[in-house]
Structure formats: structure tokens, C-alpha cells
Ligand binder design. Structure first.
Ligand code: UD1
Length: 339
């Protein structure tokens, strides 16, 4: 059986780490990426790690003709769909752009898949669909909340579209907070402009690109007053995508019967912003200039995963701790700055 798998957004942060794992597991990744938040140089990082250059098409998943042509060129068995915009604040400013790209992109992709008899999809979802859960840790039976942003709503709507379409075998992966970089420092996160996310902001401040980190809020109902998240290593997250492909395979690769499963992907441990900062300083020995500021609009107070379902059914276990996550992110930052 062909092991060609289409990876949309395959040059992005999570996509590129997943492509590396796919090669190690005998898959042939076919990357489609429009470079809107990534770079072609990532291909060389992947080559340095794996010795292989993935097939790459510079195109937008909203371009139906071009996407159809990729299916014409390859025997695509499954799709891992990463391609989407992901900045929460920007989605509030430009909601239509987010709906067009994230929701429209999925619909176009599913149409092309259906026309080409491809029924298997792993979808990048987010813990943002839970909002602030009442019970922690949060498991998959927790209700989906009213989304706090258009970005969050696109993830919710995309899951509903996948749920409603019985022609597809779907594994939807709800990521908590992916951070870190490949241990080789050949690939990692490439935030455009000023980072929105905590860890790139920490590493850019530590290296001197930003003056200081602002901790958003110190009066939350948490032990040290700062928000709690479930940070997980991007390489652990990449592993989960391989297991998701295997899961789809085991539940009927190519069968017509629809199937929708959702999994929480986190370590099961919550860390506060202050704990992340302290761990960064103690594990790298680098000082970090930070200050406390007001809360950021739309932030939830605390959220961490119950990953038991992924542990049991996918056989997925996280292997790297917070120190390894932060040290790998720091090594990547140093590598980028040395260029
Ligand atoms: C957000 C989204 C998540 C999305 C992810 C990727 C929500 C609720 N969460 O995660 O769905 O997948 O972005 O873009 O929409 N922080 C600071 N200072 C900073 C930056 C962040 O204190 O300069 C704090 C935040 O307040 C938060 C924590 O660090 O408590 C993590 O923030 P961030 O890395 O932006 O991730 P989330 O907001 O959790």
C-alpha cells in the first residue's frame, strides 16, 4: 500500500516536526504549504535531520485546481491538515480572513479528497474549544464552550464539519500548548514579527531581541497568581500524528464508513507562567528581564489535559519534561541568531 500522506502546512512549526517523524516511520510526506507563516528553508532543516527532502508544493489549500493536481500526481492515502492561521488577537481584528482561510480551506480540502476517493484525515484542533473548563484536568467529554475568539471558533466549526461528514475517517487532535524544538536545532518555531506566544517571547527576550517579557496578569486564582497551561514538547506532539495515522489505518483505511474521534494531547501537568520563567532561568542559566502587566483579553485562567484517552487508545505518552522543552527552544533561538 502506498504510504503517501499529504501534509498541509507541513513547513510550519508542528508540521515540520511531524514530517521528520513520518520519514522515521516509513511514510512519504507530500507537503503543501503557501509559506504564509513558514519558509522554504525548513526543507533543508528536514533534510539535515532525515537525509531526505520531502516533495513540496508551494500552494494554498484554498486553490482547488492546484490541490486537485497534487492528488492527481500522488496516491494520497491520508491527509494531516495543519494549514491554518493561528494568532488569536489577529483573528479578532480580521475574522473573515480567519473563516475564509481556516474553514474555507478545510472545505476545499475535503471536496478534493472526496473527488479523489481519499477518506482519511488527521485534523489539528486545539484545547481552546473547551474555553475555561469547570473540571480539571479536562477530558474529551467536557463540553465545548462558546469560543473566545474567531480563531477558536474556526477550530470548533472545522470539528463540526468533520463530524457531520460521514464519508471521512477523522482523528481530531486537540493540542494544549506545544513548545520546544527538535533536539538537533535544525527545525523549530519561526514566529513572524513580535511573538504572541509565551515561549518564543521568552527566548527572544533572553537573546536580546525584545527588551522585556510582560507576564499577562498576576492576580489569577492560581498558587502564584499567573495563568496555568499544559505545555508539551513539539516532538511528542509529532509522535501523536503518527499514532493517529495508525489509528485511522486500524479502524478502516479507505473504508466508506465515517468515523470521528477526538483526543486531548497534553502532558497532564499544568505549569504557571512564573514556573515556566523560573524553569527557563534555572535550566539555561540565562537571565530573563520580565515584568508583571495586566491580564490579556481572552486568556483562560487555567487549563490542563487529561490525556488518558490518547494514552490508552493511541498508545501515546509524552517523553520530554518542561526543562527539555525550554532548553530545546533556547538552543533553537541561539541557532537562529547565529545565522
Ligand atoms: C493560544 C490559544 C491556543 C492556540 C495557541 C497557539 C486560546 C485560549 N489559546 O494559547 O488555542 O492554539 O495560542 O497560537 O485561544 N503570556 C504572557 N506573556 C506573553 C505571552 C503569553 O504572560 O508575552 C501568557 C499567557 O497569558 C498565557 C500563557 O503565557 O497564560 C501562554 O500563552 P500563549 O503561549 O499565547 O498560549 P495560549 O494563549 O495558551
Amino acid at each position: 500500500m502506498s504510504k503517501e500522506v499529504l501534509v498541509t502546512g507541513g513547513l510550519g512549526f508542528i508540521g515540520s516536526h511531524t514530517v521528520v517523524e513520518m520519514f522515521s516511520n516509513g511514510y512519504i510526506p507530500i507537503i503543501v504549504d503557501n509559506l504564509s507563516n513558514s519558509s522554504e528553508e525548513v526543507l533543508y532543516g528536514i533534510k539535515k535531520i532525515t537525509g531526505k527532502v520531502p516533495t513540496f508544493y508551494n500552494l494554498d489549500v484554498n486553490n482547488k485546481t492546484a490541490l486537485s493536481n497534487v492528488f492527481f500526481q500522488h496516491k494520497i492515502q491520508a491527509v494531516i491538515h495543519f494549514a491554518a492561521y493561528k494568532a488569536v488577537g489577529e483573528s479578532v481584528q480580521k475574522p473573515l480572513m480567519y473563516y475564509r482561510n481556516n474553514v474555507g480551506g478545510l472545505i476545499t480540502l475535503l471536496e478534493v479528497m472526496q473527488e479523489n476517493n481519499c477518506h482519511n484525515i488527521v485534523f489539528s484542533s486545539s484545547c481552546t474549544v473547551y474555553g475555561q473548563p469547570t473540571n480539571l484536568p479536562v477530558d474529551e467529554s467536557s463540553p465545548v464552550a462558546i469560543p473566545a475568539s474567531p480563531y477558536g471558533n474556526t477550530k470548533k466549526i472545522c470539528e463540526e464539519i468533520l463530524y457531520d461528514n460521514h464519508a471521512f475517517n477523522v482523528v481530531s487532535l486537540r493540542y494544549f500548548n506545544p513548545i520546544g524544538a527538535h533536539p538537533s536545532s535544525m527545525i523549530g518555531e519561526l514566529p513572524l514579527g513580535i511573538p504572541n506566544n509565551l515561549v518564543p517571547y521568552i527566548t527572544q527576550t533572553a537573546i536580546g531581541l525584545r527588551e522585556k517579557l510582560t507576564v499577562y496578569g498576576s492576580d489569577y486564582n492560581t498558587p502564584d497568581g499567573t495563568c496555568i497551561r499544559d505545555y508539551l514538547h513539539v516532538c511528542d506532539l509529532a509522535d501523536a500524528h503518527i499514532l493517529a495515522l495508525e489509528r485511522i489505518n486500524s479502524i478502516g483505511f479507505g473504508e466508506k464508513e465515517g468515523h470521528f474521534e477526538v483526543y486531548n494531547l497534553g502532558t497532564g501537568n499544568g505549569f504557571s507562567v512564573k514556573e515556566v520563567i523560573d524553569t527557563f532561568i534555572s535550566s539555561t542559566g540565562v537571565n530573563l528581564n520580565f515584568t508583571y502587566g495586566p491580564r490579556r483579553e481572552g486568556d483562560v485562567e487555567k487549563v490542563w489535559a487529561n490525556p488518558s484517552k490518547a494514552n490508552k487508545i493511541l498508545g501515546w505518552k509524552t517523553k520530554r519534561n518542561l526543562t527539555e522543552m525550554l532548553v530545546s527552544a533556547w538552543e533553537w533561538q541561539k541557532k537562529m541568531n547565529s545565522k
